[in-house]
Design a protein around this ligand. Structure first.
Ligand code: PGA
Length: 253
């Protein structure tokens, strides 16, 4: 079993209220009982904006980090009704931010807009969880590689430090559908993302690349044999502390 640092990131999407802190409490208790394991994993919970500040105040240790799920592209403040900037999220206590998720791309995020969001998030010293992935149509047309390459190149300029960006490969057709890739395709695509980053940013060590899409406590063992994966972005199953903890436990079984 791998000894490298593995990310387990929860994406709560538009779910959760103040009572949901009990999910965090249970994950914390799991951590306290499993000190050796907790050194090998990084848990980040990306919660709705309304919960960042109250959860930050309640979180007593650094084991669990908080993340946001999107931001406005505007830098700090501006006439953007309903907008929340990376600066505001940072002030509220977030350390990480998901950007480029396919659900926000569906809402109008383009590679160019995502680029601005990445820039303003990095300026605020947030760590970015950058989501990329092909649709089913693109996959069927054999366009997966060109789509992934374009999403990376169009949204990240060469001057960015890829250490501050964690990649999350999420095939759109796999999100919330219970469909996952064949092992070989998954390996191939993750390797491809790492290679593109190395070439594009002229770096020796590839960035962390996570997998996301229908990961749950039942299928996680399938992923444990794929050493190219550096962690997981977990949607639906992260809204239950039991499922989230079982994902971690079963990964290391
Ligand atoms: P899912 O979502 O685990 O529910 O498929 C993943 C995501 O949207 O990040």
């Amino acid at each position: 079993m791998t000894n490298k640092l593995m990310y387990f990131i929860g994406n709560w999407k538009m779910f959760g209220d103040f009572n949901s802190f009990k999910i965090i409490n249970k994950i914390n208790k799991f951590n306290l009982r499993n000190k050796a394991l907790s050194k090998k994993i990084k848990i980040i919970l990306c919660v709705p904006n309304t919960l960042i500040y109250p959860f930050r105040k309640k979180l007593k240790n650094k084991f669990i980090s908080l993340g946001a799920q999107n931001c406005h592209y505007g830098d700090v403040h501006g006439p953007f009704t309903g907008g929340v900037s990376a600066h505001m999220l940072k002030k509220a206590g977030t350390e990480y931010i998901i950007l480029g998720h396919s659900e926000t791309r569906l809402d109008g995020d383009t590679n160019q807009l995502i680029k601005k969001k990445i820039e303003s998030s990095l300026k605020q010293k947030l760590k970015v969880i950058f989501c990329i992935g092909e649709t089913l149509k693109e996959k069927n047309k054999g366009k997966t590689f060109s789509i992934l390459r374009k999403q990376i190149k169009d949204s990240i300029t060469k001057k960015f430090n890829p250490k501050k960006i964690i990649f999350a490969y999420e095939p759109v057709w796999s999100i919330g559908t219970n469909k996952i890739l064949k092992s070989n395709d998954l390996k191939k695509n993750i390797k491809f993302i790492k290679e593109v980053c190395k070439k594009n940013f002229k770096i020796k060590k590839s960035p962390s690349v996570l997998y996301g899409g229908s990961v749950n406590d039942k299928n996680i063992s399938f992923f444990s044999s794929i050493k190219e994966i550096d962690g997981f972005l977990i949607g639906g199953a992260s809204q239950s502390s039991k499922k989230f903890i079982d994902i971690i436990k079963n990964y290391y079984k």
